[in-house]
Ligand binder design. Structure first.
Ligand SMILES: C[S@@+](CC[C@H](N)C(=O)[O-])C[C@H]1O[C@@H](n2cnc3c(N)ncnc32)[C@H](O)[C@@H]1O
Length: 357
């Protein structure tokens, strides 16, 4: 079997399939997807060398709905209960040397029921792969990662991802710790966005103590708590009630104002974040206004998804932002969007000024 394997949130297979088809076509690669509803995986079928080209050249940062991008090597079916290792190793014969092994399953209830099997087989499989010199003797970061994705107790898809173009987390799911002070679970969403969307090499420059931030639609204060934990001074804008403990930090000023009207007194804001539950077109427009008016350097915001044609809708929202930036002849910006692990019926968008080199 050749092609590309992608992980996504269950229920978003058709968005993930539409996306890989469009992005692969832009690379001149035409394949087809087979998807099963709620399976949380998509396989894009194409030729071997094309799949490898996608694995190298289609930046995972440009994908909204895919959590992971894996070049498929083989499909192993009818794995015997008493020795699953041998056929898996045989299927990988002749593969390039990999630096890590990740044994995974889909992010579904059925997938999670395979986690004991995944855990149990990891060490014997790793040992056998090292004996065959398919895996480096110690884990290294600068070689591809070998993925074994169990679909059932007797079948698995195997492949690899390039270390410079993958999500560096098993199953494509990052571990996120929300701050202790957080009064709401949605804090994890902004914490994930910081971890996954801010380029690692720019993190220090972009996210640091003493920066000024504005949180539109801040209450009860989950996102504000993430900004506070980074040492930022936060203007929290919302008519609702903000958590008292956050106010006690001395880092938060609460403005009971309309987030669509509020503007800071000075143009000294590094971060704008927005979680107002509003029409996505309206939110996207507001964020672009802040950017064009020079009020912020980074903006992270949620855009709610419609019930249908969600991939097309996201493309429309992003195009509308880009068009306004082009029209205003604004230069030096970057725009990415992700359907994060903590996102459900929304995507998280990150609009930023490019750093001066
Ligand atoms: C999903 S909640 C935000 C949760 C918050 N991010 C957190 O982590 O705790 C949406 C908030 O947006 C606020 N909101 C909605 N429309 C608003 C507006 N026009 N101006 C200010 N706040 C608004 C609501 O009052 C609500 O508190």
């Amino acid at each position: 079997m050749s092609g590309v394997l992608l992980y996504c949130r269950a229920g978003f297979e058709s968005e993930c399939a539409a996306e890989i088809q469009e992005k692969a076509a832009a690379l001149g690669i035409y394949g087809y997807c087979k998807t099963q509803p709620d399976s949380a995986v998509v396989v894009f079928h194409c030729k071997d060398e094309e799949a490898d080209h996608i694995g190298r050249k289609l930046s995972i940062q440009q994908l909204v709905f895919a959590r992971q991008l894996i070049v498929l090597v083989a499909e192993c079916n009818d794995l015997p209960v008493d020795d699953r290792v041998s056929p898996l190793v045989a299927a990988l014969d002749g593969m390039q040397l990999c630096g890590k092994l990740w044994v995974e399953s889909a992010d579904t209830n059925a997938g999670r029921s395979l986690s004991a099997l995944c855990k149990g087989i990891t060490n014997p499989l790793r040992k056998a792969l090292r004996t065959k010199e398919l895996l480096t003797p110690q884990e290294v970061d600068n070689r591809p990662v070998l993925h074994v994705m169990f679909r059932s107790t007797s079948s698995a898809l195997v492949g690899y991802s390039y270390s410079y173009n993958h999500a560096p987390y098993i199953m494509g799911i990052p571990r996120i710790r929300a701050p202790k002070l957080s009064p709401s679970r949605s804090a994890a969403k902004l914490a994930e966005a910081f971890k996954v969307m801010v380029p690692a090499q720019e993190l220090e420059q972009r996210v640091s103590s003493g920066m000024n931030a504005v949180d539109l639609g801040a209450c009860p204060g989950g996102w504000t708590s993430v900004l506070v934990a980074q040492g930022m001074m936060v203007s929290a804008v919302d008519n609702g009630a903000i958590d008292e403990k956050l106010m006690e930090t001395g880092q938060v000023t609460h403005y009971r104002e309309d987030g669509f009207v509020f503007r800071p007194k000075r143009r000294n804001v590094q971060w704008l974040v927005c979680d107002m539950v509003e029409k996505p077109v309206r939110v996207a427009h507001l964020m672009t206004d802040w950017f064009l008016e020079g009020y912020c350097e980074n903006a992270i915001f949620n855009l709610k998804l419609p019930m249908k044609k969600r991939y097309a809708a996201v493309q429309q929202y992003l195009e509308a932002i880009k068009e306004r930036l082009y029209e205003a002849e604004m230069r030096g910006w970057e725009l990415t969007a992700r359907h994060l692990y903590h996102d459900r019926e929304e995507v998280t968008v990150y609009l930023r000024k490019k750093l001066k080199s």
